[in-house]
Design a protein around this ligand. Structure first.
Ligand SMILES: NC(=O)c1ccc[n+]([C@@H]2O[C@H](COP(=O)([O-])OP(=O)(O)OC[C@H]3O[C@@H](n4cnc5c(N)ncnc54)[C@H](OP(=O)(O)O)[C@@H]3O)[C@@H](O)[C@H]2O)c1
Length: 326
């Protein structure tokens, strides 16, 4: 069965924008639900995409919105919350209560197919509130009566509009050196385009129903190696100053108070476990998911070259477009 009418929560975000674009490109009709419609304005002109502003936490609203759809995709996620045990109220609301309400609403509206985005390393005993709440979110989604769900656990995602590589590019442009917490933490980054493609490919694949997938790229790097790679690609290679744990936490505490949410102490806690494939769950090359699509995940070195070297002229143009609010 081809799922044709898709309701998307969290579609205004980084991964969501690419998922919605890919859904539209494959001829699906999409309803993107956002708490603030303007956040999705770059998607307004996509054919067959309807952007709706609504309170996603209101179960009646959710059930009403789901009518006429045959699948739902939940990409809602936040890196920030107050504290708590096992996690703060912000994480509980966005990562656990919302998936639970979404499943109830899908059951009422008889929408059986659900895709849910969690995070690599989600576990009840993980070192961060973010990862612990993501684990409870998965439990709220999988194995529910009348629901055919697939859960995705992406590693760190990179792309033209990411916050990760672009942050390190900016830091190296403006700072004489990069003070880096978690310098030896390991990551297996994946292109956001590949992650979006994986989700959309899985939508109609029966073999993925009831399963969890880790979405990771082809290679593993330490954070310091990634920062060096971006420094070289941008022609601003800076010395890296690895911060000891106490100083890293102090830096994260200061950044928590700044606008933009660059880093938090909970983000640092997440980095205490390597953000790489576990080898226990199927990886991105799981044959039943991606074999047919002839999958070749993009290498981060290739992306850095395209983005920061070949794309330099276009980036300049984009800055003007952004200033004109286009
Ligand atoms: N980016 C990565 O490297 C990465 C890695 C691993 C896992 N993930 C997971 O992938 C998903 C998408 O990530 P992303 O990078 O695209 O995130 P993002 O750009 O921050 O977008 C997240 C979306 O979630 C919604 N949202 C945020 N906080 C919310 C809250 N408290 N309540 C309700 N809705 C809220 C926002 O929608 P509105 O504001 O429009 O309502 C936004 O569109 C998330 O679940 C994230 O945890 C991402």
């Amino acid at each position: 069965m081809k799922h044709q009418n898709i309701l998307v929560l969290g579609g205004s975000g980084f991964l969501g924008g690419h998922v919605v674009t890919r859904l539209a490109a494959t001829g699906r009709r999409v309803t993107l639900v956002s708490r603030q419609r303007q956040r999705a304005r770059r998607l307004f002109l996509l054919p067959m995409v309807d952007v709706v502003q609504a309170d996603v936490y209101d179960p009646t609203v959710l059930t009403h919105l789901l009518a006429g759809h045959d699948a739902a995709i939940n990409l809602v996620g936040t890196l920030h919350s107050g504290g708590g045990n096992p996690y703060g109220a912000g994480f509980a609301r966005a990562h656990v209560e919302l998936p639970r309400e979404l499943i109830r609403a899908c059951q009422k509206a008889q929408v059986a197919r659900v895709l849910h985005v969690s995070a690599l390393g989600a576990a009840a005993d993980a070192p961060s509130m973010y990862l612990r709440s993501k684990a409870d979110g998965e439990a709220a989604i999988l194995g529910q009566p009348g629901i055919e769900a697939t859960v995705f656990r992406p590693g760190v995602l990179f792309g033209e509009d990411d916050r990760f590589l672009n942050l390190f590019a900016r830091m190296q442009r403006f700072l004489p050196l990069v003070p880096l917490a978690g310098a030896s933490a390991r990551f297996q980054p994946l292109s956001v385009l590949d992650a979006a493609n994986a989700l959309v490919t899985a939508l109609d694949e029966r073999a993925t129903f009831g399963k969890r997938y880790e979405l990771v790229g082809p290679s593993v790097y330490t954070l310091a190696e990634l920062v060096r790679l971006i420094g070289q690609a941008t022609h601003h290679p800076r010395a890296i100053l690895p911060l000891p744990n106490a100083l890293g936490r102090l830096q994260a505490l200061l950044l928590e108070w700044l606008p933009g949410g660059l880093m938090s102490r909970d983000n640092l806690d997440s980095m205490r476990v390597d953000c790489v494939a576990s080898g226990i769950l199927p990886g991105i090359d799981a044959p039943e998911l991606l074999g047919r699509a002839g999958w070749h995940p993009m290498r981060i070195e290739q992306f850095a070259l395209d983005q920061f070297v070949n794309g330099a002229a276009r980036t300049h143009f984009d800055r003007w477009r952004a200033r004109a609010h286009r």
